[in-house]
Design a protein around this ligand. Sequence first.
Ligand code: NZQ
Ligand code: ZN
Length: 386
Amino acid sequence: MNNFDYYNPTKVVFGKGTHEKLPKEIAQHTSGKRILLTYGGGSIKKNGVYDSVIDALQDYKIVEFGGIEPNPEYDTLMEAVELAREQSVDFVLAVGGGSVIDGTKFIVSAAKYEGEPWDVLAQKEGFSFREALPFGTVLTLPATGSEMNSGAVISRSDRKEKRTMGGAQTFPKFSFLDPTVVATLPHRQLANGITDAFMHTLEQYLTYPTDNLLQERIAEGILSTLIEIAPRVMNDPSDYKAASNLMWCATMALNGTLRAGVAYDWSTHMIGHELTALHGIDHARTLAIIAPNLYRVKFENKKDKLIQYGQRVFGLDGSCAEEAILRTKTFFESLGIETQISDYTDGAEKTPQIIEERFDERGWKGIGERGDLTPAEAKSIVEMSM
Ligand code: NZQ
Ligand code: ZN
């Protein structure tokens, strides 16, 4: 088993009808009464989540910032940074999916940062966020795990860039996970959520054996649970049993548990973020496009775990690595997710080349669990996915 540090300070409040506990949770982190409420394009106003949160926060002065878009935009978020400073808010509450939560992680960090925040996102040497305003979340879309981790992904669509950030300061203080929010999710977002959670698990599992038997079994448990509940959630998102399992799987898939003591990959995500930046393809869909071909290109690296995955998760026999890749693709397609770039855009001829050049420029000479996936291989993977 590899050495590891394991740290997760986020408190989870799971279940329905819990918003009345919000003031008590906020009071653990500030005696102040000024709250910045961040949200997206308005789904929370249609499904009752906004009303329920506002009801619970009657004793607070609420400053609202709505309009955070899917794949949250730097320029929009900088407006919220200004607002947070102007209004001297004491606490920030993010109510939404991964984009609102990620955007909020940026807002709370940038509000405490003196220089140009893009320097941090561009990973310029010596620039980092160290402090942040305290914040909590009310999750409305199980998918990213952002509600219980410290990472965020921020876009600058004018430059066709999407960059990651993180650090101990951006763990939410608490997250409210109420599975009844799943009932109002459109099919597209349900499929995205299942796929993203599945891929977070595979990124930390389909590598090579590292003798952390427990972590492998937890990963297989999440994958098997997602396969079991996916058709039920897709058919009836108001099925509470299925929705609550989806929500807990998505959180557990990216809250630091799976990475403890094992090798992890993340190259599907690194290539996927470029497809979102260049073509606006939904995050989860980029993963479904890239992963099967990445597993083909890195087949020898991943063969042992592919066989274990095929046997334990899909119940296959013998040397089933190829079949396990096919089953993965078929699973995504069963959710209505298309797995070729041409299903989403016609203008991608130059994309493989651009991605190779970007990885080269960033010095990403070798990524993945063995640090040996080259920019040229990233280009081949994207070519195979056209
Ligand atoms: O904006 P509103 O109106 O709220 O609508 C949203 C949005 O249009 C809607 N929605 C959310 N909850 C809903 C709902 N509609 C009806 N009922 C509800 N209960 O869903 C749409 C998509 O929301 P978004 O937050 O963009 O989706 P998701 O949670 O999949 O987040 C994707 C973003 O997270 C990043 C992705 O790159 C992408 O930018 N990720 C963040 C990660 C992290 N922080 O750890 C890891 C992931 O790998 C991922 O990269
Ligand atoms: Zn993801």
